[in-house]
Design a protein around this ligand. Structure first.
Ligand SMILES: Nc1ncnc2c1ncn2[C@@H]1O[C@H](COP(=O)(O)OP(=O)(O)OP(=O)(O)O)[C@@H](O)[C@H]1O
Ligand SMILES: CC(C)(CO)[C@@H](O)C(=O)NCCC(=O)O
Length: 327
C-alpha cells in the first residue's frame, strides 16, 4: 500500500452507502487513474447511527492513514439535515484538526486554477442535491475541450440525469497570472427517477402478484422480451432506465448556447455513468447496442460512454480548501 502524504478525506453520504476516498491532489482526466483501490471504500448505511458509521469509517481508514489524521475533510450528502449535522459532528470530534467543509450546490463554481466555471440555473440553487453538483464538477473538470456536451448520470438509490454543456471558451486570463482560456460550463437542469432497485421494490409493494426482485441489479442479462414474470420485471426496469438515458441524450444537444459556441455541427455527447449501478448501466447500454442506437439520436454525432463510479468523490476533490494543499 502506498503511503499518502497529508491526504484529504472525501465523503459522499448517500442513502445506501457512505463512500470515501483519500486524495492528495485533484484528479486529472476521467480516463487517468486517480484512486488506488486501497484509497477508497464504502460503509453500508443500513440503520446505523452516525456515530457507528464514523466508527466503521475510521476502522477502514486506520491502515491507510497509519495513525495520521486527514488534513482536510470534504463532505457531500443527501441525507436528512439532522443526519448531516450528526455526521459533521462525529467527523469533527474524530479529526478535530482537519479543515472541515460541506459541499452545497451554488449558482456558480470556479475551479481552483480558475480555468473552468460552472453555472447552474437550479432554483433555489441549494436545493440541487450536493451529490449531483459534485458530479457535475467532476465531469466538467475531466472532460477534454473537444467535448462540449455531456449527460451525467448518478445511478444509486435514485437515478439522476443532468445535462451539461460548455457554452463558451473565453480568452480571458482566469487567475490574472498566467493567461489562458476559461471554459464556461452550464448545467442545463436534470431529472430524478427511482433507481433500479427502488423500481423493482415499488412494483412488489404496490401490486398483489409481483414478487420482490431476485434480479441481480448489478449485472443485467440480455433478455429482450421476458418469457416469465421475473424476466419481464428485470427487462422492464433496465429498459426504463436506458430509455430515460437515450431521451436525455437526444435532448441535451438541443440546449441553447451562446453565440460563442454556435451549434454548427451535430456534437459528440459524453454519457458519464456514476454510482453503484454505473457498471450495470454500462453493460445494459452495451447490450442495447448503443453504437446502433446513437445513429437514431437526432442532433447527436456520437456518444462517448464513460463509467466513473466515484464521480461524486472526484468532484469533491476540487473543493479541498487551498490552504490545506501540501507545501
Ligand atoms: N458493487 C456495488 N456495491 C454496492 N452497491 C451496489 C453495487 N452495485 C450496485 N449497487 C447498487 O447501487 C445502489 C447504491 O448505489 P450508491 O452507493 O451509488 O447509492 P447511494 O449510496 O444510495 O447514493 P444516493 O443516495 O446518492 O443514490 C444500491 O441500489 C445497490 O443495490
Ligand atoms: C435525488 C437524490 C436523492 C440523488 O441522490 C439527491 O440528489 C437529492 O436528494 N437531491 C435533492 C433534490 C434535487 O436534486 O432537486
Amino acid at each position: 500500500m502506498r503511503a499518502l502524504t497529508a491526504p484529504a478525506l472525501l465523503l459522499d453520504a448517500g442513502n445506501t452507502r457512505l463512500k470515501w476516498a483519500l486524495a492528495e491532489t485533484c484528479p486529472g482526466l476521467l480516463s487517468s487513474p486517480w484512486l488506488a483501490a486501497d484509497h477508497c471504500g464504502a460503509v453500508v448505511v443500513g440503520s446505523s447511527t452516525m456515530a457507528t458509521l464514523v466508527e466503521q469509517l475510521a476502522a477502514q481508514l486506520m491502515g491507510v492513514l497509519a495513525g495520521a489524521a486527514p488534513r482536510a475533510i470534504v463532505v457531500c450528502g443527501v441525507r436528512h439535515a439532522t443526519a448531516m449535522t450528526a455526521l459533521a459532528h462525529e467527523l469533527q470530534q474524530r479529526w478535530p484538526d482537519a479543515a472541515f467543509s460541506m459541499m452545497k450546490a451554488q449558482p456558480e463554481f470556479i475551479s481552483p486554477d480558475g480555468t473552468k466555471k460552472l453555472h447552474s440555473p437550479y432554483h433555489p440553487s441549494g436545493s440541487l442535491g450536493a451529490d449531483r453538483w459534485a458530479s457535475l464538477i467532476g465531469a466538467m473538470q475531466g472532460l477534454p475541450d473537444s467535448i462540449r456536451y455531456a449527460v451525467v448520470v448518478n445511478a444509486g438509490t435514485a437515478t439522476t440525469i443532468d445535462a451539461l454543456c460548455c457554452e463558451a471558451l473565453t480568452a480571458e486570463s482566469a487567475s490574472g497570472a498566467a493567461a489562458g482560456k476559461t471554459a464556461i460550463w452550464r448545467h442545463g437542469g436534470g431529472q430524478i427517477l427511482p433507481g433500479l432497485r427502488l423500481m423493482w421494490e415499488s412494483l412488489a409493494q404496490g401490486t398483489a402478484n409481483l414478487p420482490h426482485p431476485d434480479a441481480d441489479a448489478h449485472a443485467p442479462r440480455a433478455i429482450g422480451w421476458g418469457q416469465n414474470t421475473a424476466q419481464a420485471l428485470e427487462q422492464g426496469v433496465w429498459d426504463a432506465q436506458i430509455g430515460a438515458l437515450l431521451l436525455a441524450l437526444s435532448r441535451v444537444s438541443a440546449m441553447p448556447l451562446t453565440p460563442a459556441n454556435p451549434v454548427s455541427t451535430t456534437p459528440v455527447v459524453a454519457l458519464i455513468l456514476a454510482g453503484g449501478h454505473s457498471q450495470g448501466l454500462l453493460k445494459a447500454l452495451q447490450d442495447a447496442h448503443l453504437s446502433m442506437l446513437e445513429k437514431n439520436l437526432p442532433g447527436v454525432a456520437a456518444v462517448t460512454l464513460l463509467a466513473v463510479p466515484e464521480l461524486v468523490l472526484r468532484g469533491l476533490a476540487f473543493a479541498i480548501p487551498a490552504a490545506s494543499a501540501p507545501a
